[in-house]
Design a protein around this ligand. Structure first.
Ligand code: PGA
Length: 249
């Protein structure tokens, strides 16, 4: 790997997953409230659910998301937006419908159609919006970010990928019984993610401690996609004591 500057994330460790969600929601709200045209990168999964619940509560208390444009990290390939396992459906239910975002301003990559065309169009739409200002990010048990599985190129762009079996197993509970987790997905690349001005990485629970350790101890390596975050000067890691217990930053 060519020599590039390495950075440490700004770490905040909190007592509980609830405190982590409150802190991350506060950071997003401050960003939304202080920008004329806030562009968010958004994530799905179990960890951000409590963050979205707090953003929805902030909206009920008066915060407007009407100026926000957002871009989700990924989508399963082959699923339409109404499928219960689709991230587009998750985002509608947990965030877009709960706030006053304008129709068409919450982007999720399409899991249907020609993935190469969709990937190019998605990158172009992010660029047209002026790039992502704040990217909310989770981390997989295997160190994936978005659906960039181990082995992904740090310069990768939005593209179709094959999911690890471990990822399909971890996400099976999000699918109605008897439904197969898709084998492929469309995801922002690691290179795409690293172009965000600011990245807020959120992790809770001891099960994530190994992945966080692999991400931030030792040199960046394609074996742990999240270790690419060491190449970004502005990563904020907010986690609970369980997830943090192997970190020494
Ligand atoms: P989780 O997913 O929040 O459901 O653990 C994180 C991820 O896979 O990025």
């Amino acid at each position: 790997m060519t020599q590039r500057a390495l950075y440490r994330p700004a770490l905040q460790v909190l007592e509980s997953p609830e405190a982590v969600a409150a802190e991350v929601a506060q950071r997003i709200l401050r960003f939304v409230e202080t920008r004329a045209r806030p562009v968010l990168g958004l994530a799905t999964g179990r960890t951000p659910l409590a963050v979205y619940a707090r953003l929805a509560a902030a909206h009920r208390a008066g915060t407007s998301f009407a100026a926000v444009e957002s871009f989700n990290l990924d989508e399963y390939f082959g699923l339409g937006p109404a499928h219960l396992g689709a991230f587009a459906c998750y985002m509608q239910r947990h965030f877009f419908e709960q706030v006053d975002m304008l129709a068409g301003h919450g982007h999720v990559p399409s899991g249907l159609g020609d993935p190469a065309l969709e990937a190019r169009a998605y990158e172009a739409t992010i660029a047209e919006a002026g790039g992502i200002g704040l990217q909310l990010l989770g981390i997989g048990l295997n160190g994936h970010i978005g659906f960039n599985e181990p082995g992904s190129d740090f310069d990768s762009r939005t593209r179709i990928v094959t999911l690890d079996e471990s990822t399909r197993r971890a996400n099976a509970k999000d699918f109605p019984e008897g439904t197969e987790v898709p084998r492929e997905a469309i995801t922002m690349g690691i290179g795409t993610i690293l172009e965000a001005q600011r990245i807020v990485l959120v992790a809770t629970g001891e099960a994530k401690s190994e992945a966080l350790h692999a991400a931030f101890h030792g040199p960046p390596s394609r074996g742990c996609p999240a270790s690419a975050l060491q190449l970004h000067p502005c990563v904020e890691l907010v986690c609970d004591v369980g997830a943090a217990h192997r970190l020494c930053l």
